[in-house]
Design a binder for this molecule. Sequence first.
Ligand code: ZN
Length: 233
Amino acid sequence: MSTALVLFSAGQDSATCLAWALNAFDRVETIGFAYGQRHAVELDQRPILRDAIAALRPEWAARLGEDTVVDLSGYGALAESALTADRAIEMLESGLPSTFVPGRNLVFLSVAAAHAYRRSASTLVGGMCETDYSGYPDCRRETIDAMEQTLSLGLAAPLKIATPLMHLTKAQTWALAHDLGANALVEAILEHSHTCYEGDRSKRHDWGYGCGVCPACELRANGWREWSALKAF
Ligand code: ZN
């Protein structure tokens, strides 16, 4: 029996990864991290979005196993950035946005691997993406390949890290969601996933909820518009 552990943050990307894993594995579990995000919204949306996706197909509901949320607030305090502190989102001299949380994916993957080991899951699934505007170095496939090797060596057990969105644009991620679960999955992601850095869920746009002006909203809205335009042909 194949088991996967999905790093599930309740964003558009990890929601698509969850559906992808439910299609590809016999059993799928999820893990999330509380690292002192400025807004608890994404943690609140996790169970709602998980249930909404599972409800789309009986076989998905049957395959979806338990969810675990790990408290990493100590790490969050250490790695303080715009996501964990009340600071403006801007480009820094390093060429990275202030939303870059140093080592975040490395920590998440290590903790997820420890949990996967105990749950007999041999694959981690993550929404890391090289085409993201931000160019976070810990989202590159080169970094993921090195982590895969390090974790497999350190656990003395082969561990795969699947990144189905690695080379997709945000528009292509919407197209993948549509391929996996048609309009019902797209609608569930629009309605229940959360991407906005400002934690704003007061206004529903055609691309989902958000402030509409932060970089995460801008990226999501642009991807949605691009996919909508392609779909119209
Ligand atoms: Zn926003």
